[in-house]
Each structure stands twice: as structure tokens, then as C-alpha cells.
Design a protein around this ligand. Structure first.
Ligand code: ASP
Ligand code: MG
Length: 436
């Protein structure tokens, strides 16, 4: 049994969904669990719905229409016969979204988890219906019924014991049902439920992790993550030219890369697979027969090339003690306590005698809460719009090539890893002299 994961880019149009269908046909003799994300950039669009609804902005209806029109177009491309029951199902889902959007509940994060999962609900309902219609009978499994989490909304942690029990039982029930066995399960990535049934999400781009949870709980033989690139590359081709494909990599190196922000995999994906020695393949959905990359336990050492990982929209925040007292463990405890409360992840940190600096993903509205709480004890300064470049297996030429002329604010290196937070050098603007 294999677990597949298809991300937003692989299902962003009717044509893309037809391509997924032809990939699934290649594997029709095996038992498959297929984990699917929201289509295209719909999660971002739903985040705008959340923002407009929570803060009662007039843009709400327009943001809703963006989501609705996008799915409407996909439905038209997939189901030319208008009377198909999927139209009714999708209309009902939009009614549910509107109902939730007009009644903001709880805090922002809880409300977010009420709305954003609809992206995955929509994509799986549409794709499941299309597969059924095209000879790939499947069972649409609601991930929320089996992935049980705590209530840390937007970054929920899986309750492994309950989830393992539910997935094993449900999946074997479907694959081995005496009357009507099915060999294709379609389910949503990224989402779960608390034990008392509140929707949760596992963190942005969390569908890879969902695939890995299903694989762990079913002892799958392999996970395949289908991507818009040829496999695991040594850098994101959106930002870097001359990337190379890495055919094989150890779990150890892969977990380091994803931890530093390599977008190819969600950082939580590797551990469950490593724990059960389940290999992970990354393959191109545009070229499904090509080799891709294989991540597995490996006793041969990794092919060592510099890996470049770029994070944009970083913020550097410095906390200085007001009374010239040292940054002690106690002060760090206070700072990290607040980061934890606000769910702010630290990407890089450095301290001096009386100040402590962190590089974090821009915390958005949480910055205000952070400053409010910590400015009692610290003077706080920050810079926005930085980039953070991590180079695994660095050498001086690579550092020079990528950081020449950059204004570096913070730099750190260990034996294998170099990191710098910087602002790209900009030509000084020429001021025009206006004669009066
Ligand atoms: N749809 C979610 C996101 O865009 C989860 C995922 O794609 O993995 O973050
Ligand atoms: Mg995505």
C-alpha cells in the first residue's frame, strides 16, 4: 500500500486534475491513499476571507467570490454535463463557508481553522467525484474523522495514539470490506479535528505531514509526494538558477533541509517515516515515469553539494535590557515564553551581553502583542523585509556568489551550515533636483 500526496500546484486547473487522474491510473492495481491539498493558491484566498470576516471588512463578499469563481471554473472544465450531483455538493459547501464566515467565533486562530479547511474539503469533493466519473471508484475519507489533534489552532499537534487507532481501523475497513472493497482512498491534507470535533489545521503546507501520518499508521510501503519539479533539488528554482536534482538523500539530511525551510517538504514529514523506515519519493507530476528523488535510511554518505534555502519576509527583532542587566537564562526564558505563547518560530538567534536578537518569519498582527508584552522589560528594535539564506555544505565561493553586496545584519556558521539575515543591496535612489 502506498500513500500519495498531491499539493495545490498539481490540482490548480481542470487540466491538472485530469493529469492527476492519469497518474492514478498507472497505479490502479495497488491500494492507495491519496492525500490532496486545496487547489492552487486557494488557502491564501481563504486566509483573506478569514481576515475580512473576522475584522468585518467590506471586502468579504469579493474575497468569497474569488474562491467560488475559481472552483466554478474548475467544475465547468471537469463536468461539462451540468446536472452532475457534484454541483449541488459544492454549492452546499459554499453555503457552509458563508454561514461560518458570517458568525466569527472564538479567537482569530480558532476562527481561521473553521474556514481555511474548506479549501481541502472542496478540492477532495470535486476530485473524488471526477475520479468516480472516470472509472476510478474511490472512497472519500474525511480526514477530520481520523486525524485527531490538540486545540493549538493553526499549528495543531497530532494525538498519535488516537489517530493511529482510528486510521488503522478505518483504512483496513475500506480496503478489506468483504462486501465492497475499494482500493483508492481520497482524503484531505493539512486538516484534523480536536477530540470534541472542532476543526484544526496542522500548519501551512502541512499536507506532506498528513501523508506521512497516514503512512505511519498504515505501515505503508512508500510515500510519493508529486511535485512541479523533477525531484529534490539543491535549491528552489524560483529563486536560483543552475539547480541540480539529488537522486538519493538520507532521512537525516532531508530533515535538516526541511527544518531550515526547504519548501520541498514540510519539516514534520520525515520523523514518522524514519521511525518506520518508510521510503519517501519525490516525483514530478509532469513527468511521472522519471526517477525523481528517494529519501530513505542510508548507510552510504550523502552526495554533498551546497544546498541553498531562502526565506523571504523575515524580521529581525532585538531585545535589550533596560537596566543594563545581562541576558541571562531567566531573561531568555521570559522571551521564549512569549514567543511560544504567540506561536512565533525563531529561525536564527544571537546574543550579546545585554541584547538578544532573533530572526523570525514576519509575525503579522502578533508583533503588536509581542511588543506590548515584552516592552515592559526590554527595549525593542526591529527591521523588516529581510531575507534569510541558509547554505548547507557551504564553501566560500557560494557565500560570496550569493551574498556579495548584501547588507548582512546577522550571520552564523557551524561546521555544515552557514546562515545570514540580510537586506539586498539597493542602488541608492538618484534624487531629482526640481528647479522652481
Ligand atoms: N493547503 C495548505 C496550504 O497551502 C496545505 C498544503 O498545501 O500542504 O498551506
Ligand atoms: Mg500548498
Amino acid at each position: 500500500m502506498k500513500v500519495f500526496k498531491f499539493g495545490g500546484a498539481s490540482v490548480n486547473s481542470a487540466g491538472a486534475i485530469k493529469n492527476v487522474t492519469s497518474i492514478l491510473r498507472l497505479y490502479r492495481d495497488e491500494n492507495l491513499i491519496v492525500v490532496i491539498s486545496a487547489m492552487g493558491k486557494i488557502t491564501n484566498a481563504l486566509e483573506k476571507v478569514v481576515d475580512a470576516a473576522f475584522f468585518s471588512k467590506p471586502a468579504l463578499e469579493a474575497e468569497m467570490m474569488t474562491v467560488e469563481d475559481f472552483h466554478g471554473q474548475i467544475l465547468e472544465g471537469l463536468f461539462p454535463q451540468k446536472g452532475h450531483p457534484v454541483f449541488e455538493i459544492v454549492a452546499q459547501i459554499f453555503e457552509d463557508i458563508r454561514k461560518s464566515a458570517h458568525h466569527p467565533i472564538g479567537n482569530y486562530d480558532e476562527f481561521y481553522d473553521r474556514i481555511v479547511p474548506f479549501g481541502e474539503i472542496l478540492s477532495t469533493n470535486i476530485i473524488s467525484a471526477y475520479l468516480d466519473e472516470n472509472g476510478l471508484k474511490n472512497y472519500l475519507l474525511n480526514a477530520g474523522e481520523v486525524i485527531i489533534t490538540n486545540d493549538r489552532f493553526r499549528d495543531a499537534a497530532v494525538d498519535w495514539k488516537i489517530t493511529d487507532g482510528k486510521i488503522s481501523k478505518t483504512v483496513s475497513g475500506i480496503f478489506e470490506s468483504p462486501g465492497n472493497p475499494q482500493n483508492l482512498i481520497i482524503t484531505q491534507g493539512f486538516i484534523g479535528n480536536t477530540q470534541d470535533g472542532k476543526p484544526t489545521t496542522l500548519g501551512r503546507e502541512g499536507s506532506d505531514f498528513t501523508a506521512s501520518v497516514f503512512a505511519f499508521c498504515t505501515n505503508a510501503s512508500e510515500v510519493i509526494v508529486w511535485k512541479d519539479v523533477a525531484g529534490l533539488l539543491n535549491a528552489d528554482p524560483v529563486y536560483f538558477s543552475d539547480t541540480i536534482r539529488i537522486p538519493r538523500l538520507s532521512y537525516r539530511e532531508a530533515i535538516e533541509l526541511s527544518f531550515f525551510g526547504a519548501k520541498i517538504l514540510h519539516p514534520k514529514t520525515i520523523k514518522p517515516l524514519q521511525n518506520k523506515s518508510i521510503p519517501l519519493r519525490i516525483k514530478s507530476f509532469a513527468d511521472p515515469l522519471s526517477e525523481g528523488s528517494l529519501i530513505q535510511e542510508s548507510d552510504v554518505s550523502d552526495q554533498i553539494v551546497p544546498f541553498l534555502i531562502l526565506k523571504k519576509d523575515q524580521m529581525l527583532i532585538s531585545f535589550s535590557t533596560k537596566d543594563f542587566s545581562f541576558i541571562t537564562e531567566e531573561k531568555l526564558y521570559r522571551l521564549f515564553g512569549e514567543f511560544t505563547r504567540q506561536n512565533i518560530k525563531v529561525n536564527l538567534m544571537q546574543n550579546s551581553a545585554i541584547s538578544f536578537t532573533v530572526c523570525v518569519n514576519h509575525p503579522g498582527i502578533k508583533l503588536e502583542f509581542l511588543i506590548k508584552s515584552l516592552s515592559v522589560d526590554f527595549d525593542i528594535k526591529y527591521n523588516e523585509n529581510l531575507e534569510l539564506l541558509t547554505i548547507r555544505h557551504f564553501n566560500n565561493d557560494v557565500i560570496e556568489k550569493h551574498l556579495k553586496g548584501c547588507n548582512i545584519f546577522l550571520e552564523q556558521r557551524s561546521r555544515k551550515t552557514f546562515q545570514a539575515a540580510y537586506i539586498k543591496f539597493q542602488e541608492p535612489k538618484i534624487k531629482m533636483q526640481h528647479k522652481t
